[in-house]
Design a binder for this molecule. Structure first.
Ligand SMILES: [Fe+2]
Ligand SMILES: [Fe+2]
Length: 389
């Protein structure tokens, strides 16, 4: 409270910088395991403080992983071989989506997102009344922000799936992995095309998403790449995509998301199969604990910190504080549904791969995520269930 009132007295640009720095410091202060801090700290500095994803220039991320060759070509994992077969049969061409549909992002008759998705009334308390036109423009901004983050996540998935295809030890996994690289390229294609040709805008990468992608790309350990991308980012994306699929009234977006969700279901399934054996059978207790802590910290990054500041900067930075904006985001019913759906997908997967032991359960309990513990993991969910959920 005292900090808040002090912040209010500072000039606005200074106040904003202090708030950003405080948030970054909170991320670092939260991390207890020094190994996790070593892994996430440099990425958090690049993402949250230096804002490397927002400089308007390409980023170089050094990856020191090892390419794993096997000249005996073992048939070493029937479940991955089955996923490879399903992936070959499930390939689709982005050109076949109904791109002829005329999308008007500001048409209230066919909303990209329902107005109830965000708590606009709370935002109006701080910012003053929005006209009906401003409301639809705001929904347009929020939808474009979400889809932009999906696109940025897909670029991360494209690079990470190429890396894990090189690094994975299962030969059946390499063949499967090649199909995922193609899937992710298609996902980049469809989200970019939708944003460019239908919504007419593209938001910069969110600092927290950049941090997670940077950490995954620069960690040379193959299982950390799997954990970060195949379980955490993909698992959360699957929840986010299915929420949006269920609430949007725009038919092209609905069809696009349906096709992407079908692919993503295979990707998370692959991550669970690849990691379960490795984490529960091959790692030492200390190594497993490190991964368990890392997964919890990344969960927190995702749960608390996708605050849509890029939308705030565009709409409300002149009339409300970042703290007031956070209050609006946390009170938004649709975003709460997003978070709930995302973690109902993620937590059972962490359980199945052995990263939700009794040691870490109190931490998940303290942030209200243990209620998802008994849910179905990616292995038990087929595409139709995911689409219906
Ligand atoms: Fe994808
Ligand atoms: Fe994926």
């Amino acid at each position: 409270m005292i900090v808040d009132s002090l912040l209010q007295r500072l000039p606005k640009p200074v106040r904003q910088s202090v708030d950003e720095f405080t948030e970054a410091a909170q991320v670092a202060a939260h991390i207890r395991d020094p190994r996790v801090l070593r892994s996430l700290g440099p990425s958090a500095a690049r993402g949250l403080l230096l804002k490397r994803g927002k400089q308007g220039v390409p980023n170089q991320m050094h990856s020191g992983h090892t390419a794993h060759f096997d000249w005996t070509y073992p048939h070493d994992n029937p479940e991955m071989a089955m996923l490879y077969k399903r992936a070959k049969q499930g390939q689709w061409d982005a050109d076949d989506l109904p791109w002829h549909i005329d999308v008007d992002p500001e048409n209230p008759e066919v909303p990209l997102l329902p107005e109830s998705f965000f708590n606009i009334e709370l935002a109006e308390k701080y910012a003053g009344k929005l006209s009906p036109k401003e409301r639809t423009r705001f929904i347009h901004s929020m939808s474009a922000w979400m889809l932009s983050q999906f696109l940025h996540g897909e670029q991360g998935a494209l690079m990470a799936s190429a890396q894990v295809t090189e690094a994975v030890r299962f030969f059946d996994g390499k063949l499967y992995g090649a199909t995922q690289v193609m899937d992710e390229a298609r996902h980049v294609e469809v989200y970019l095309r939708y944003l460019e040709s239908k919504l007419g805008r593209l938001y910069q990468v969110n600092d927290n998403l950049f941090t997670i992608i940077d950490a995954v790309m620069t960690d040379s350990r193959w299982d950390m790449k799997f954990l970060g991308m195949q379980i955490m980012v993909e698992g959360l994306a699957l929840g986010a995509f299915s929420t949006l699929h269920n609430v949007t009234a725009e038919p092209l977006l609905k069809e696009l998301l349906k096709m992407v969700i079908r692919d993503e279901a295979r990707h998370v399934h692959y991550g669970v199969v690849a990691l379960q054996q490795h984490i529960t059978g091959e790692l030492s207790e200390s190594e497993r604990n490190e991964r368990e802590d890392w997964a919890f910290e990344v969960s927190m990054l995702m749960r608390n910190r996708f605050m849509m500041y890029e939308v705030y900067d565009e709409w409300f930075s002149h009339c409300m504080t970042r703290a007031q904006w956070r209050e609006c985001v946390l009170a938004a019913p649709g975003l709460e549904l997003f978070r709930s759906r995302m973690f109902s997908r993620l937590v059972p997967n962490l359980r199945d791969i052995g990263l939700l032991s009794e040691r870490i359960m109190p931490a998940y309990e303290s942030v209200g995520l243990m209620r998802y513990f008994d849910g179905a993991s990616a292995r038990e969910l087929d595409e139709d269930t995911l689409l219906a959920a």
